[in-house]
Ligand binder design. Structure first.
Ligand code: AGP
Length: 615
């Protein structure tokens, strides 16, 4: 989850690194640091200033520069607090090797004991530091830096990526990875390493993904990649999606990325739907790489995902079961892999992930493949590790999402999964072509409906203002309103730090109702199952809850509903199965408005990171 960048052969290496760190901040911002080769030694600067660590690093490095080789890091703390001492890069006892790391070294305690016994001095509480001392040992034994890294990786257990430089080989950056992403890139006369392509956009012309346990030796004019046994290997060339340009990764006049990304939702839906229909009206999902025959053979679907992607997966369950009549389970990825799931060759396991790199989901998909199932990933990042490893992929085309709280990618995932459900129904013959065609036409109405919902942000802001100092929220819904309620609660927790729980409305009376008291806010999605929801709203209101009802236009009776104090209206959606993509929007806006009122940084919520590559 940390962000890594390495550069060699560029006279402005420090500027490139700092700029890259700004673009990588979404991966973690507990601290930031840089090390460069300067003169015949290393120079290092680090800063830890909460969500402003990269800015603090900019101040700390002002007036410096002129070095050609260096590495940088933004940290999401796992082992050791977010302090300067724990900030990367870490250096060895000689001060001649510097290293940055992302992920977790699971056997770090055992390695640290052995290294301390051999006289190495540690200056941080991180698991990372063992790596640089292990490198030091290998180099002292005569190994070149690349060979030394390979040896270190053979001893370090876990999922991680690591990048290092040495004052003794001033134009070399070495890099290796296991289970977490790392790419290398080059241009004429400069070489780069980064945990994510966004750090290098506009800098390099050729990009390559490192595969598990490969080590790259990057020099200004050469790139050498080796397998764990030292044999030369070909890295996988990546084509960078033109939608992922530098401009797309900037705020474009909005106050923050979250706001910009919420307003990009209509476009994200349009792009995700684009070109999915053949001239005869049938759906075609080109990048799927699984043909109709493969999918006709499927007799069970399992969706694995985390966070907002899991909520999108829940929507998929309703759609796949309804249209394709396939039993569908949805499971939190981190739980799936440890429970010995029953899988076979007719099961289709679908991983849903904005980043395509979330370790829990990646490992769940690997587990599924080991069991002999077909795997499919719904990802926003082309060539992400999940997309490369799965049998097939379906891309959401939302463009880069920088805000930690997922908005446009979540909505694009819902739409992509609905398209997939329709395609499964078409191939299995459970829906006729006219029905598929009509539903697909109705999907095309979503961009406009979402646009209209975004246009109602003032209503939402007024409700946020009225809710004032409330600190406890419940989001309740039934059927497809349930995943939307979960997503609304997650958005609010993430960026406002207010206590928020999502519940199936019918479940309130089985326990959580005990928590409802005057001052508790209950946000209720009245549709679907409005009559049942009405009773649940009354039950909450009777206990003193402040009720905010989310209702479709044309629900006049809502204003008179017992206990409803505020109403958020959304446009009516032609097909109820598509409603989540619209209903979630006011909940995003509500979380945003409440978080802004509290003065929070909506793009960089505390303790979180965008891409979660630890278990
Ligand atoms: C969403 O707002 C969250 N930041 C988080 O729950 C996210 O959806 C989750 O970490 C999964 O990420 P992924 O989609 O990249 O796999």
């Amino acid at each position: 989850m940390c962000g890594i960048i390495g550069v060699t052969g560029d006279d402005g290496a420090l500027e490139v690194i700092i700029d890259g760190l700004h673009r990588l901040e979404y991966r973690g911002y507990d601290s930031a640091g840089v090390a460069t080769v300067r003169g015949d030694g290393l120079w290092r600067a680090r800063a830890a200033d909460g969500t402003h660590s990269v800015e603090a690093l900019v101040t700390a490095t002002a007036g410096c520069g002129g070095d050609r080789t260096g590495i940088g890091h933004t940290r999401w703390a796992t082992h050791g607090g977010p302090t300067v001492e724990n900030a990367h890069p870490h250096v060895d006892c000689t001060g001649r090797i510097a290293l940055v790391h992302n992920g977790i070294i699971e056997n770090h305690a055992e390695l640290a004991d052995a290294l301390a016994g051999a006289g190495h001095r540690f200056s941080s509480q991180t698991d990372t530091e063992v790596l640089v001392h292990l490198l030091e040992t290998e180099v002292a034994g005569g190994a070149a830096l690349g060979d030394a890294l390979r040896a270190v990786m053979s001893r370090a257990v876990g999922a991680y990526s690591v990048v290092a430089i040495s004052a003794d080989d001033p134009e070399l950056v070495v890099a290796g990875r296991r289970s977490v992403p790392l790419l290398v890139a080059n241009d004429d006369g400069a070489g780069f390493v980064a945990s994510d392509v966004s750090a290098l956009l506009g800098r390099a012309t050729r990009y390559f993904a490192l595969e598990d346990d490969q080590v790259a030796e990057v020099r200004p004019a050469s790139l050498r990649v080796t397998d764990p046994d030292g044999a030369e290997a070909e890295p996988t060339a990546l084509s960078v999606d033109p939608a992922w340009d530098v401009v797309a990764a900037q705020k474009g006049g909005y106050d923050d990325f979250m706001s910009k990304e919420m307003h990009e939702q209509p476009r994200a839906i349009e792009d995700t739907l684009f070109d999915r229909r053949d001239h005869d009206g049938s759906l075609v999902l080109d990048e799927l790489h699984l043909g109709p025959d493969d999918l006709r053979a499927v007799d069970k679907v399992v969706v694995v995902a985390c966070g907002s992607s899991y909520h999108a997966g829940m929507v998929a369950k309703y759609a796949i079961e309804r249209w394709a009549r396939l039993p569908t389970e949805v499971e939190i990825a981190s739980e799936f892999r440890y429970r010995e799931p029953v899988l076979h060759e007719r099961t289709l396991v679908i991983g849903v992930s904005q980043s395509g790199e979330t370790l829990d989901t990646l490992e769940a998909l690997r587990e599924a493949r080991r069991a002999g199932t077909r795997t499919l990933v719904v990802s926003n990042v082309v060539h992400a590790t999940m997309a490369r490893e799965a049998d097939g992929a379906l891309y959401t085309r939302a463009g880069p999402e920088i805000g930690v709280a997922s908005t446009k990618c979540h909505v694009a995932q819902i739409v992509a999964l609905e398209v997939l459900a329709l395609a499964l129904a078409q191939w299995r013959g459970t829906l006729g072509r006219p029905a598929v065609s009509l539903l697909f036409d109705q999907l095309h109405e979503l961009p406009e409906l979402v646009e209209e919902t975004l246009g109602r942000s003032k209503e939402v802001e007024a409700v946020a203002a009225a809710l004032g100092g409330a600190r406890d929220y419940f989001f309740i819904g039934r059927h497809l309103g349930y995943p939307v309620a979960l997503e609304g609660a997650l958005k609010l927790k993430e960026i406002s730090y207010l206590r928020a729980e999502g519940y199936p409305a019918g479940e309130l009376k089985h326990g959580p109702l005990a928590l409802i008291e005057p001052g508790t806010v209950v946000v209720a999605l009245l549709d679907p199952l409005r009559e049942k929801m009405t009773s649940n709203v009354a039950e909450a209101a009777a206990r003193g809850a402040t009720v905010v009802a989310l209702a479709s236009d044309g629900t006049p009776e809502v204003a008179g509903l017992a206990g409803v104090e505020h109403v958020l209206h959304v446009p009516a959606v032609p097909e109820p199965m598509f409603a989540p993509a619209v209903q979630v929007v006011p909940l995003q806006l509500l979380a945003y408005a409440l978080a802004r009122r509290l003065g929070n940084d909506v793009d960089r919520p505390r303790n979180l990171a965008k891409t979660v590559t630890v278990e």
